[in-house]
Design a protein around this ligand. Sequence first.
Ligand SMILES: NC(=[NH2+])NCCC[C@H](N)C(=O)O
Length: 564
Amino acid sequence: MNFKAIFSSSLHDALENALHKDQIESLIEIPKSSNHGDLAFPCFTLAKQLRKSPAFIAEEVAKKINSDWIKRAEAVGPYVNVFFNKSLVSSEILKDVLSADHNYGSSTIGSGKNIVLDFSSPNIAKPFSMGHLRSTVIGNALSNIANQCGYNTFRINHLGDWGTQFGKLITAYKKWGEESKVAESPIQELFKLYIKFHEEVENQPELDDEARKWFKELENGNEEATKLWSLFRSESLKEFQRIYDLLGIQFDSFNGEAFYNDKMEAVVEQLASSHLLEASEGAEVVRLDDQDLPPCLIRKSDGASLYATRDLAAGIYRKQQYDFFKALYIVGQEQTVHFKQVKGVLKKLGYDWADQMEHIPFGLYLKDGKKMSTRKGRVVLLEDVLKEAIELAQKSIEEKNPQLTDKESIAKDVGVGAVLFHDLKNDRMNNIEFSLEDMLTFEGETGPYLQYSNARAHSLLRKAEVQSIEAVFTHGLDDSYSWEVIKLINECSAKMEKSFELLSPSVLAKYLIDLAQAFNKFYAHVKVLEKTSDYNEKLALVKAVTIVLTKGLNTLGMGAPKQM
Ligand SMILES: NC(=[NH2+])NCCC[C@H](N)C(=O)O
C-alpha cells in the first residue's frame, strides 16, 4: 500500500490540477511527530502560485480531502495533515502479508536482468582475512537483496589462485616443505613457507629468480608446477569451504584468477592491435594519463601476466557469459585505483559496458582502533572468531533456555548471525571496531536482538494455539502501537529496493531494527493473548512480524530460529 500515492491522488483531486501529481508527491512530508498525522502537505508552493496565504490554502484543501483510506485531514498553519484510517489500512496490509507469506517484500523491478557479484575471493595459501570476511558477508547480502528485487544473480568467488606468489610458494615448498604438514593444516603451513621465503630472500636474492622461473613454468603448463599448484589450491579451498559452511554461503563459481590463464593472450593482442600497449622499462603498459590514473601494467618484463591482466580478461569473459546489467566487485577500498584502471582500459578498447562494472568498497575492521591485519601479530583467525561466537551463544542459551531441543543449530544461527549483523548494520564505508561482547548482547542493535524479537513473536503464536490465522478482519487494529508496526511492515519492499539502489545492506539492517523495536513496544503495551474482539487481528500482526523479520534476516544471510 502506497500512502503517499493515496494522499497525493486525493490532493490532486482537491487541487483541481493546480499542481502535477509527481510534484505533489515530491512535496509530501512525513511529520516528525505522529501527533501531526501520518503525512503532511506543505502549502507554500501552491500559495506562491495562487497568490494566497499558505494557511488559507491549507484550510481550503483540508476540507476537500476525501478518501476512504484517510480518516481525517486538518490544517495546521501552512500544512495539511492527514491521519489514515488505521483499522481499514491495517486490515488491508495484514491481508497482503498473510496471503503473500514468505514472498512478501519481494518485487520484480529487476526481472530479466543479470547481476554478477564478485565477492569473498580470498587468496590461496593465505589466511582468510577480516577484509575477506567483510567482502563475503556484504556480497552475500547484496546478492540476496538483488534476488528479492527480482534480479538473477551470479555469485563468483574470484579466488586469488594465480600470480608470482605461486612461483615463490613452489620454490619454498620444494626447498623446505613437508607434504604431511601441509595436509594437516594447509593454510598455516603454506603461509609459513611463504613468510620463510621472504625472510630467506633477504640473504639469497637468487631465490627471487627461481621463483620467477617457477611462475613462468606454471604459466606454461609445466607438469610439476601444475601439480603443486593444484595441491595448494585444493587444500586451501577445503579450509575456505569450512568457513563458507559455517556462514551458510554458496557460490555459483570458483573461477579464480587461474581460470583466465588461457584468456589473457587475446586481450593483450587486442590491446596491441589497438595500439594501446606501450613499452615501459621492459614491461608493457596501457597509459591512462587522460583519466588521471597511473599506467595499467599488463605484462612484466619476463612476460608474466598481472592481477590487472586477469581482471581485464575476466571482465570480457563475464560480459559474454552473463550479459550482465551490473557487475559488482565487493573488494576493499585499497583496490580503488586498480578497478578504475581495469575499467579505464576496457573503455579504451571500446567496451562501453565497462560503465556497468562497479567497485563496491568497504571500510576496515579495527581492533583497539588499529587495523586488524594478518601481518603484524594482530591477526584474528576468522574460523576461531566464528567458533567463539557460537560457543558464547551456546552458553547464553544454556543459561536462559536450557530445555530447548535444537540448541546446537540455534547457537550456530545466533553466533554467526551476531558476527554478520555487527558488520551489516554499519554503512559499508565505515570502519568497524571488532568486539565479540558487543556483537552478542541481546540488547541494542544486534543480531541476537533481532532474532530474539522474532522468536518472541513465534512464541506468542505458539501460546495462542490457533491452527491458522484467518485473513478476514472485521475489526481492524486501531491503537497507535499496532499502527507503528503496520506502517513499518508496509515499507518492506521499498527498503529492499533502497538497499539495492544504494548497494548497502545497512538500509535493510536498520529497517529490521526499527521493526523489532516497534514490535517490542507493541508487545509491552498490547495484551496480545487477551481474547478481545480484535484477537484475530493482533495475532495476524504478530504473524506478519515473523514473516517480515524472517525474510529480512534470511536476506542478510542470517538464520531466524523460531525459539531461542
Ligand atoms: N576480481 C577481483 N579482483 N576480485 C577481488 C579479488 C581480491 C583479491 N584476491 C584479494 O584478496 O585482494
